[in-house]
Structure formats: C-alpha cells, structure tokens
Design a protein around this ligand. Structure first.
Ligand SMILES: NC(=O)c1ccc[n+]([C@@H]2O[C@H](COP(=O)([O-])OP(=O)(O)OC[C@H]3O[C@@H](n4cnc5c(N)ncnc54)[C@H](OP(=O)(O)O)[C@@H]3O)[C@@H](O)[C@H]2O)c1
Length: 201
C-alpha cells in the first residue's frame, strides 16, 4: 500500500511512519521543509503539486499544522480565519483535491483534537477547527467517489508532547503513543468510513 503522510516528520509522525513501514507500507512523507515532498497545507497550489508529484496513493494521513492559542476578548474573525487556514481548510483541501488524484478505494485519515468536545481556555480556534473537521468528515464519507474512505483521529494531548504542552493544559491526561498509533493504523487499514476516533486517554 502506498501511503502519503503529511507531517510525518513531526511528533506523532515519528511514531506512526516507522509503524506503517514495519507493516509493509511504502510511505511518502510530506512537510513544508521536511520529508520527501514539500507542501504547505495553507497554500492550495502546493497541495495540487504534491499530489501530481507523488502520483496515486492508497492512503493519505494528515498529522500536520496546529491551531494557535488565542485570547477570546481580543479575538477577531480575521484572526480566527488565519488560525484555521492550514489545519482546517488545509486538511479539507487534501480531501477535495485528493479525491481526483488518489487510487480507487483510497482512505483519508485526518487529525482534529479534543477541543471539539472539551472546552479549555485559549483554544477557541482549536475548537472551531476540530468541530468543523468532524462535520466535514461525516459529509465527505457520503460524497467521496470510487469507494474512498475518510476518518478523523481526535487526540487529546499525546504522550510525547507532555513536556511541551502540559503547562498550557494542566490536568489533561495524555493518550499513550502506542494507543494513538493503533488508532491511525486502524483508520488506514480497516474498512471503516465516517468515524471520529476520540483518542482521549
Ligand atoms: N501533539 C499533541 O499533543 C496533539 C494533540 C492533539 C492534536 N494534535 C494534532 O496532531 C497533528 C500533529 O501534531 P504533532 O504534535 O505531531 O505536530 P508537530 O510535532 O508540530 O509536527 C507537525 C508536522 O507537520 C508539518 N507541518 C506543519 N505545518 C504544516 C503545513 N502548514 N503544511 C504542511 N506540513 C506542515 C511539520 O513539518 P514542517 O515543519 O517541515 O512543515 C511537521 O512534520 C496537529 O494537527 C496537531 O494539532 C496534536
């Protein structure tokens, strides 16, 4: 199976990519500056160019582009739109553009996050991004052509990010990396579509 992993050089990617390779996937890693192919999810022409460069793939996994922390009293719709650009609209672009490039039966596995379901201070953007991704995936699961599938993994803080993120989200219980990797593998290799996999530890 040829599997394209956008963000495969990141915290989650460093765990997922070796697991995919161990299971026999021919993995192509993409990132803005890292990986085999370069793409910026916030820039549509680079998404189109990436798919043309890579050719047909059987699976696309997106583990790239965070929402930024925000300050509600000064938040504007323009700032919210900027914040959602790469992670929300970029992942949507991977699907809308990818449906024309990927192999029959290909799967898309997107990444959202716990803020769709649990409110925390300073992550209004994260809540908007993840809630919208969940709605998009349900709709896309009905609409995708040629037997294509789509699922979303919605992690809480992941085990390998505790040192970086615990100060922002005190008391949040991390999801173990092995459990998280299992969820992604299940989305890529399993038969399911339209699932929101809540990896909340
Ligand atoms: N870590 C957590 O605790 C956690 C929890 C919940 C949800 N998530 C979500 O999971 C995803 C991955 O998180 P992570 O912690 O693994 O991220 P990370 O360590 O920051 O890695 C992000 C990866 O994505 C690439 N990337 C970043 N922006 C991009 C863009 N605009 N276009 C293309 N590639 C881009 C980066 O490579 P380049 O620098 O080369 O572009 C890097 O390989 C994110 O959507 C994040 O919000 C993470």
């Amino acid at each position: 199976m040829r599997t394209l992993v956008i963000g495969g050089g990141g915290t989650i990617g460093r765990r997922l990519v070796p697991a995919l390779r161990t299971r026999g996937h021919d993995v192509v890693v993409a990132g803005r500056t890292t990986g085999d192919v370069h793409v910026d999810l916030a820039d549509h022409p680079t998404v189109e160019a990436m798919y043309r460069q890579v050719g047909p793939v059987d699976a696309v996994v997106a583990i790239a582009a965070h929402g930024a922390l925000d300050d509600f009293p000064t938040l504007t719709t323009e700032a919210l739109y900027d914040n959602t650009r790469a992670k929300l609209f970029g992942q949507i672009d991977l699907v809308l553009t990818g449906q024309h490039h990927c192999a029959d039966g290909a799967s898309f596995t997107l990444t959202s996050g716990i803020f769709a379901d649990q409110a925390w201070p300073h992550v209004t953007g994260g809540a908007v991004i993840s809630g919208a991704l969940h709605g998009f995936a349900l709709s896309a699961a009905l609409e995708l052509p040629r037997g294509m599938r789509i699922n979303v993994v919605s992690p809480t803080m992941v085990g390998d990010s505790v040192d970086a993120f615990a100060e922002h989200f005190p008391g949040m219980r991390p999801v173990p990396m092995d459990d998280l990797v299992h969820h992604y593998l299940d989305c890529v290799e399993g038969p399911h579509t339209g699932r929101i996999v809540r990896a909340y530890g």
